[in-house]
Design a protein around this ligand. Structure first.
Ligand code: AHG
Ligand code: MN
Ligand code: MN
Length: 359
């Protein structure tokens, strides 16, 4: 057989196997827009606004994915000489991605306000844009210390209802516990770009097909394994940890010779999105616990745009998320940039840490 025919036959086989794959998983029937319209049917009172809002968020995410992916080619790497409200030096991409989120979401009339890691106060929707019935809170670029290193970064978002639809949102309007979230999601800009979403009916993961510019459902109904042998914590803070976390990590490190009777593995990406995605994929526990490093800060991560959306996703995937003392989703926020301790992941493992806090 000539090379031409053998290649042709090979090509035909791959097309057939892709076709069989898509039939098996339904992947090519579940583009993101169709899926979201189906999801909206679960949301009480949703009229189409929610779908349209989510589509705008998804367009922003595709734009961010493009900017992160092009990187140095379009001059977006490196830091600025500005600081955000939390005193952190801003990367160029922190500011660019914040701007992308604003521009894509301010015009369509679905929101009455936005809040972000990169803005001190509530972002008011500029007139003449109409005001809507939802609030959007986001971390436009999570793990931005990794961005110049070509290590995974992400975007995290949370959608709340406006207490008074179509009135310009005040800061207080945002102070709703995480249990009130209508939707939470993250995008992970990794070896592929993924979008992971919940509206309170399980967790679904989509992969961006750049050729067609659409997210395709590739990870339906994601579930966190209840057991794990993998933990994630920034061990450079060890001397500041409280006794329950000291004990837990020491026991993991003792491995098969210690009280846990099995060996553990450790990971730390310094990108919460990447850590949570790993935990959703193969289980694990992630901790940025309360510590004594800076007593003015009860934790490192921010409640409204990091801990709450991730906790909603983790709980919907069968995991647990706690400060060690209380369920994160029950906390009533008092500040847009409030920090909280976070311990989340595989159910049985988080319960071990919770048990140590109770003692
Ligand atoms: P951000 O880049 O949005 O400021 O968030 C970074 C967060 C989180 O993603 C990560 O888990 C943690 O900070 C990393 O902290 P360390 O620098 O202490 O490792
Ligand atoms: Mn972050
Ligand atoms: Mn950020």
């Amino acid at each position: 057989m000539s090379a031409f025919f053998s290649n042709a036959r090979h090509a035909q086989t791959s097309i057939i196997s892709v076709f069989n794959f898509s039939r098996k998983t339904d992947a090519y029937r579940h583009y993101h827009p169709q899926f979201i319209i189906e999801e909206q049917r679960h949301i009480a009172g949703a009229s189409g606004d929610f779908t349209a809002l989510l589509n705008d968020i998804v367009t922003a995410i595709k734009t961010i994915s493009n900017a992160v992916n092009k990187g140095a080619l379009i001059g977006v790497m490196g830091a600025l000489d500005t600081e955000n409200v939390q005193g952190e030096t801003q990367k160029k991409l922190d500011v660019i991605t914040n701007e992308i989120m604003i521009r894509h979401n301010e015009w369509a009339g679905h929101l009455s306000g936005m809040a972000s890691e990169e803005m001190d106060d509530v972002y008011s929707i500029p007139s003449p844009n109409p005001l809507g019935k939802y609030l959007l809170v986001f971390d436009p670029l999570d793990g931005s210390s990794n961005v110049d290193l070509n290590i995974s970064v992400g975007t995290i978002f949370s959608i709340l209802r406006s207490p008074v639809p179509s009135r310009a949102a005040s800061k207080e309007d945002f102070f709703q516990p995480g249990t009130k979230q209508v939707c939470a999601g993250y995008a992970l800009y990794g070896s592929s770009t993924m979008l992971v979403l919940t509206t309170g009916h399980g967790v679904n993961g989509f992969t961006l097909d750049r050729d067609i510019g659409e997210f395709v459902l590739t990870h339906p109904n994601m579930k966190i394994p209840v057991d794990t042998r993998e933990f994630a914590i920034n061990a450079s803070n060890q001397r500041f940890w409280e006794p329950p976390v000291q004990r837990y990590v020491a026991e993991c490190q003792a491995g098969s010779t210690g009280p846990r009777g099995r060996d553990f593995n450790m990971r730390w990406v310094a990108s919460m999105v990447a850590e949570v995605h790993r935990i959703l994929t193969r289980g694990g526990i992630f901790m940025y616990p309360r510590d004594t490093k800076d007593l003015s800060k009860p934790g490192r991560l921010r409640l409204m745009y990091e801990a709450n959306p991730m906790s909603f996703i983790v709980e919907q995937a069968g995991g647990l998320s706690t400060t060690g003392y209380e369920r994160i989703l029950d906390i009533v926020p008092q500040d847009l940039h409030q920090r909280v301790p976070v311990i989340l992941g595989s159910k049985n493992e988080v319960e071990v840490v919770l048990g140590y806090h109770k003692k």
